[in-house]
Structures are given as C-alpha cells and as structure tokens.
Design a protein around this ligand. Structure first.
Ligand code: NAI
Ligand code: MG
Length: 484
C-alpha cells in the first residue's frame, strides 16, 4: 500500500536512500487505535536489515556526508525542516491515524519537528572546540567529532518530536543514523525519511528499519558497528539496552519517562496554575514521558484545587483522533489494558472525578476514561508507578519539607514544577527538586527545543534538546602539538 500524498510504502524499510522490502519479506499489521482497524502492513525488519542499514550508514560516513562541512549539514537540516513545514497537514493526519492523537496535538508535533530541524540546522556550525593553555612549546586544542553510526530506538508517543530531537542533533554533528521506530507507529518516521531524501540528504545518512523491539531493536542495540545508542521508552527496555550496549562499550542516552510532580503551595496563583495542572496530565492521553501525573497541594488550598481540577475532569471528553477532542484513544488496546490495570489498583482510593468517552467512539478503539484521584497516599502504586494514561493523583502536604520529600519520593526524576509567589521558596524548590528540568509557575515551558532535557534515577541519563544534545552526539578529541 502506498500512502498518498506522502508517497511511502510502509511495508518497506528505507536503507541506503532506497525503499527495500525486509529480507525476510515479513510484515506486521499497523492498527488504527481510534477504531481498531488495520491501517496497513509495515515491514518486520530483523537483524539482517539492521546489518544492511549499518553498512549503508558506514558507507555514507566514508563518502560525501563524512566530508560535508558543518555549514552544509546545517543547510540540509534547515531544508528538511522547511519541507516538513510544507506538509504539516499531511503529516499531522498520518500521525493522528497511526497513534490516535487528536489532530491539534499531531499538528503541534509536526511543528516541533520542524523547529528541531531549524534549531539544529542553525546550530550545526556553532559548536566549537577550545584551545587550552599548556606547557611551553605546545598548542592544545579540542575537536568535536561525530560518533559515527548512531542508533535511535524511539517509542510511539511522540515519534516526530523524538526524531527531531535525536536524529536532528545526531545529523547536525555529522553522524549517520539507523532509526528503529516503534512497531505501533512508524508511518511518520518513514514519511520523514522520504522528505529528507527529497530535500537532498545523501543516501545512507538516515536509514529507517521498522520492526519489533525484540528483533530489529535488539539487533540495533547489540550491533558492533553502532557507536552510540539513543533510546526513549520503558524502564525495562532501557535497562536491557544499557546492558546490551555495555557489552560493546557503546555510550547510551536513555529517556525513560517518569512520575513528575507539580507542587502547589498555599501562596500560588491558583487560577494561573489550573490549566497547567490538568493539561500536563492529559496531554496526548497522558502518554507523555514528562506527563505530570502527581499533583501535590498544600493544605490551605487543597479543597479548592481538588474541586477545580474535578470540575475540569468532568468536562473532559475522549474520542477518535479525527474528532480532535481533549483526549484520543491510547496507542493500543495493550496500553489501554495496562492503564485499566492501574485504575483497578485505585479502587480503594477517593475518586475525585471522571471524564467521559464520547458515545460514538468505536467500541474497538483503545479508549480510557480520564480519571482523577484525591487524598492519595504517596506510597500508593498510583503515586509511584508510571501509568501512561489520562490519570492523575492529588496528594496533600503540610509544609515545604514534606512537599520536597514527597516530590522526590519516587525512583524517577524527569521534570517537576513549583507553584508559589514567594521568590525565596521558588529558589529553594528549584534546588531541592530532583529532576532534569524544574519549572517555576508553569509546566513544560512549551516544550522548547532549546532547553536541555533528560532524567535522573530511573528516568534515565544523558541530555537531549538544546546544545547539550550536540555534545552528547559527538566525541571530544584533544590535540596536543609540540613545536620543536
Ligand atoms: P518499549 O520500551 O517496549 O518501546 C519503546 C521502543 O523500544 C520501541 O521502538 C520498541 O520496539 C523498542 N524495544 C522494545 N523492546 C526492545 C528490546 N528488547 N531491544 C531494543 N528495543 C526494544 O515501550 P512500550 O512497551 O511500547 O510501552 C510500555 C511502557 O513504557 C509505557 O506504558 C510507558 O510507561 C513506557 N514508555 C515510556 C516512553 C517515554 O516517552 N519515556 C515512551 C513509550 C513507553
Ligand atoms: Mg514493549
């Protein structure tokens, strides 16, 4: 099947600039989670296809791409970004169909992809080495070089944004990439490869091999020809990938999600906070690594915040991606079952409010009722484990010390926010919260591509986004010249 107007055949892999069937000839069904229908068949890439992709990437590095100047790489990225912007609607529709996200969210993802390409296109020639004062007679300087072949294993929740932040930064630094999209969502990854090809990205610089995690993903993370792995996904698979890459002593960047808190103090501007408190939990149906799934509220404003959030929850509607409501289906029936398992564990909790699944939502769709719990003990599984659905828990606290203990009291540490009008408290909380990003009186900061992002603890390690990603996708070489 060819998907028009983007002109891709998802039963193929994209290797060495060409569309090729996986060597096994096998395919997997791709399901539309809004209605349960099979959209198309996608390639079931395996180790042999990953091999071919790595060979293609190596060839690109020893060819024209390896010699391209930083400015040339930047110009190509900017051109790809421009081409993405020409096809916002087509890409958004494709993503919405593939993963079930409401169209407005899918559009935002396309725009973010374009922004990453603009940013990394502009940054490619602005990463400088240093000269280091040293012993008499020496000139010492550093060079930032690409790792070589980089492997990118990405999930289904934000395929385009994650391609932008990981492949975009890797290409800016002159790496050649092998991308393994999630089996639930590979259409925009393939469309992106075609857009990049048309925009002039040389053959082999970006290769896309769809397939299962345990097959194509495992083969990529174990491949001896891969020099850096970046992975976004579950904690369990992240651990596996770190071990596998460890056997080859290959560096990994892991972004593994979280249990990110928003901490609301008595002196907060509650009206300003309210939209952030709910949206950060339900955006993309809660399937966001940096979702805010825990809302910590000080006693003085507790009842007020619970009531206001409950009122908003009662208005939330989940329905097909094309209906463009607050919430779409989850990505799959499997994810729906995982989230319903969590809801069952919450049977003993105080249900503060529920939203609704619209009555004409297809019964085969992967819909979950948006659910808000209050008075949740901080050690309850719903307050500790990543749910990855439209479910939030509200936890009361007495004072700042208790707020910090609860906020930092999970194994994760991705992002956190503090709502308070007290400047000194803002500064203390920014220091005390264990997270890769801390927001004061907002949440998410609009997802800015400029802002370094990554985890502590089980949320992973390494930093993506901003200039930090460019350092991660390159290696430093020190050159010491002695003038005899
Ligand atoms: P997953 O970690 O299995 O999938 C993410 C990617 O890893 C996919 O491309 C998959 O094919 C690949 N993969 C799976 N097994 C692999 C292996 N053995 N070797 C190499 N690659 C492998 O995540 P899944 O099962 O789709 O979702 C389960 C849970 O993971 C979610 O409920 C959520 O809690 C978390 N998750 C977190 C994400 C984040 O943004 N941090 C994204 C997706 C899932
Ligand atoms: Mg999995």
């Amino acid at each position: 099947m060819s998907i028009r107007p983007l002109n891709i055949d998802p039963s193929n892999c994209f290797i060495a600039g060409a569309w090729v069937a996986p060597l096994s000839g096998d395919t997997l069904p791709l399901i539309n989670p809004s209605d349960g229908n099979t959209l198309c068949e996608i390639a079931r890439g395996q180790a042999a296809d990953i091999d071919a992709a790595v060979v293609a990437a190596e060839a690109a590095l020893s060819g024209q791409w390896g010699k391209a100047t930083a400015a040339e790489r930047g110009r190509i990225l900017a051109k790809i970004g421009h081409a993405v912007l020409q096809q916002v609607d087509e890409l958004a529709k494709l993503e919405a169909m593939d993963v079930g996200k409401p169209l407005k969210q899918a559009r935002a993802d396309v725009l973010a992809l374009a922004r990453y390409l603009e940013f990394y296109g502009g940054a490619a020639d602005k990463v400088h080495g240093e000269t280091i004062p040293y012993l008499d007679g020496y000139t010492v300087y550093t060079l930032r070089e690409p790792h070589g072949v980089t492997g990118h294993i990405i999930p289904w929740n934000y395929p385009m944004q994650i391609i932008g932040r990981s492949v975009g930064a890797a290409l800016a630094m002159g790496n050649a990439c092998v991308l393994k999209p999630a089996e639930e969502a590979c259409l925009t990854a393939l469309a992106f490869a075609e857009i990049a090809r048309k925009a002039g990205l040389p053959a082999g610089v970006l290769n896309v091999v769809p397939g299962l995690g345990a097959e194509a993903g495992a083969a990529l993370s174990a491949h001896k020809g891969v020099h850096h792995i970046s992975f976004t996904g579950s904690v369990g698979v992240g651990k596996l990938i770190q071990q596998t890459a460890g056997a080859n002593v290959v560096p990994v960047t892991l972004e593994l999600g979280g249990k990110s808190p928003q901490v609301v103090f008595d002196d907060a501007n509650i009206d300003a906070a309210l939209p952030f408190l709910v949206n950060a939990g339900i955006q993309n149906a809660g399937q966001t690594c940096s979702a805010s799934s825990r809302i910590l509220v000080q006693r003085g404003v507790y009842d007020q915040v619970v009531a206001a959030m409950a009122a908003r929850y009662a208005e939330l509607r989940a329905g097909p991606a094309s209906a463009d409501l607050d919430i779409g289906p989850l990505v799959s029936v499997r994810q729906k079952e995982i989230v319903e398992g969590f809801l069952a564990k919450g049977a003993d909790l105080r249900l503060a409010a529920e939203g609704q699944i619209v009555s004409d939502a297809p019964a085969e769709g992967a819909y979950v009722v948006p659910t808000l719990f209050a008075d949740v003990p901080p050690d309850h599984p719903l307050a500790q484990d990543e749910i990855f659905g439209p479910v939030q828990v509200i936890i009361p606290f007495e004072d700042e010390a208790e707020a910090i203990a609860i906020a930092n009291g999970t194994d994760f540490g991705l992002v956190a926010s503090c709502w308070s009008e007290n400047g000194a408290r803002q500064m203390r909380m920014a220091r005390a919260l264990r997270a890769g990003q801390v927001f004061i009186n907002n949440y998410g900061a609009g997802g800015g591509v400029e802002l370094p992002f990554g985890g502590r603890g089980l949320s992973g390690h390494g930093r993506e986004k901003g200039f930090e990603a460019l350092y991660g996708f390159s290696v430093l070489k020190t050159v010491a010249a002695l003038h005899h």
